[in-house]
Design a protein around this ligand. Sequence first.
Ligand SMILES: *[C@@H]1O[C@H](CO)[C@@H](O)[C@H](O)[C@H]1NC(C)=O
Length: 819
Amino acid sequence: MHYELNLSFALLFFCLFGASYVSASDDVSTLIKEVSKASNESLLWGPYKSNLYFGVHPRIPKSLVAGLMWTRVDSFSTVQENFRHTCEQSEGMAGYGWDEYDIRNGGRQTIHDTGNTLDITIDFIKVPGGAHGGGWGVRVKGVPREDAHVEQPTMMVFYAGLEGLGTVQVQNELDPLGHEGDVRLAGETPELGSFAIDVTAGPPSNQHPLHNHPSYAEKPLDRTFVTSLEIPAENIWQTKAIFLSQLKPEVDAYVAKYGTDNLPPPPQIFTIANNPGEGSIHFVQKMFQGEFEFDILFSSGSSPQPVTSESVTEGIKSATKSFSDRFEKVFAPLAPFNTPEYVKFSKSMLSNLVGGIGYFYGGGLVDRTGAPEYEEQDEGFWEDTAEARARATPFPEEERELFTCIPSRPFFPRGFLWDEGFHLIPVIDWDIDLTLDIVKSWLNLMDDDGWIAREQILGLEARSKVPPDFTVQYPHYANPPTLFLILEVFVNKLNSQATPGGDWHQQDLGENIRSVHLQNRELAIAYLRSIYPLLKRHYFWFKDTQWGDVKTYDRKAFSTKEAYRWRGRDVQHILTSGLDDYPRPQPPHPGELHVDLISWMGMATRSMRGIAETLGEKEDAEEFEAYETAIARNIDDLHWDDKAQTYCDATVDDYEESVHSCHSGYISISPFLTGMVGPESPRLKPILNLISNRDELWSDYGIRSLSKGDELYGTGENYWRSPIWININYLVLKNLYDIATAPGPHRDQARKMYSDLRKNLVNNVFNEWKKTGFAWEQYNPETGGGQRTQHFTGWTSLVVKIMVMPDLTVGKGSHHDEL
Ligand SMILES: *[C@@H]1O[C@H](CO)[C@@H](O)[C@H](O)[C@H]1NC(C)=O
């Protein structure tokens, strides 16, 4: 069986790469290399500058950047006010994002720009072929919105810059009036080889502003203008400011020539100088009137054929079709969401999650002073640590790369550790190999101690979006270890496969490249083996740094070791827990034990055990199993409160006695959320009752973060003190499902709650999306309204997964439900 599988692999790669024959078992490493190479080529290009409305970058540090900027030009003020580049919440968009997007092929983004009374459609298509990851094409279409003037003038700017070694230059002959027809940039970098970028004139239907002012003759607006500049590589990302600075001398020259009472009209006055040549950045400017369309075509010198407008047209068709086909197969919503409206919604949510994936490169700021205060062992430690932090000088770390989903393009365009485990839950169903690539990218950020910074602010561009107080990372701060969550999903998929490798007779790497690691067990094992030392290092870093004190306070527990405390808390926050302002023991105490952290560790341990078992690491598996048992026992021994009938943090009172600090909500049910409360547990019933109680956690829109009955409900910053969060609701739902589909005394209650919650969640996120054009960071428990960060297509996109979770209301209780 195994032999055949490998043989088909070898043949496949022989055909695809013309590689030398790989014998059945001697050379998994060749296979790994070939798959990695093919995968890298497939993932090389993308709109990986997802902080921009549209920005392309390869997965190569300091390389080519390309993007779009635009504005309406019907008055002298709109250019300053409406010039679009980075995604911003304040720009009054009526929705934007990817309606369909697949990282292997491309997709379509639409932007509803009310401020510019313009709707823009951007198709991005990958064209494989050649040694350098192939080429890509972009089709840009603009249509004035209903309330626009039909002759509305729009300025579109395409730019291409180089942040590292190489050259790019304009190929067209200099025409002092501006370029007619297509503009071609040609360049070369060490990693990309040679390439050309054509910016087409577009179809003859394109109209351009026309006017009688004498300035027109010197620079007719049906031409394309190109300015090439030599800008230091580290400033290229400030593209908008650089471009705007180029407008000023032109405006000044018009004013000098014609005087303020005879100025050219706005589309004329805001043209850039036609000054093409060599440079580290090139701006290609077009002025349109009414509807318009043009293409940007990137051809690699190593590709057999250049990318043309015709290939883009074809590519759009086939990308749309393959996206729809695959969506139908993987994410077609189940009842009652199996209607065209929900399909559209789900496609958009999935596409924005995957279309938001970014490639980052740079050095994050880290405080490695290791001040003794950071041990947090004294009472009043939060004041001492604040002083130590203020004294410290953080330094940028060595530059690193990160390939990651992001929570929100306008507001959180960077990597967040605990978000990522949730992001990858829908992604792994869509593209397993992509998921494994992303997990590895994160694990590669780990330092020698096993620490991964919870927020990845790599480089100046990323840092520009972060308030100064939050830019520094601390190597004693943790974050919920959700990467173990996704690895558990992967290992379960791997081990539950009936016929591994069944699909491999198709010689179509294009589709198979999403799941090579599932289809070939040797590859999967090799992958797990390659990350296993990192995972262990990370796991034991948690144990070593986030331990909680059982002995000093004479706590009665099964194990004296398995207890945990988040480091980095202050009076009102434990930012490291992810649930920033959720109520915690007051005042903070070094003897605290945090129930959410021990629960996360229970999940991480279970995940590690599964990986160790899969790898045949018997001793390790036994060790993890022992930890798992101890954690499960300690969760009950240290954190269950009989009076409150829920799990609680533990702290130490004025008499040095260990006591509970109870606040019902996400933290108090964290053992349930992480799968640590089984169907037979005597704690299950009170937890289900708490979740389903309308006076506590239940609302018509999802599960509240804090009980309505808590004295701190809705108070202070009210970030995690009432609002509904989709990531935690997904965990509630998943665990309800597990209870509802296993034998146990609370099966029926769980089934009813599961069905109701699933509907409430999807309906509300959908309704708000329809109403506002956006997914939101959190939802109001009283009204369901989306709130805080807009365009939050990170873990809110879990609705995609929720819509394909089975509808248990069908045939209620009358048959066995199996996934
Ligand atoms: C693929 O890319 C990753 C990440 O950039 C790199 O570590 C790896 O060596 C590449 N693989 C091959 C075969 O080039």
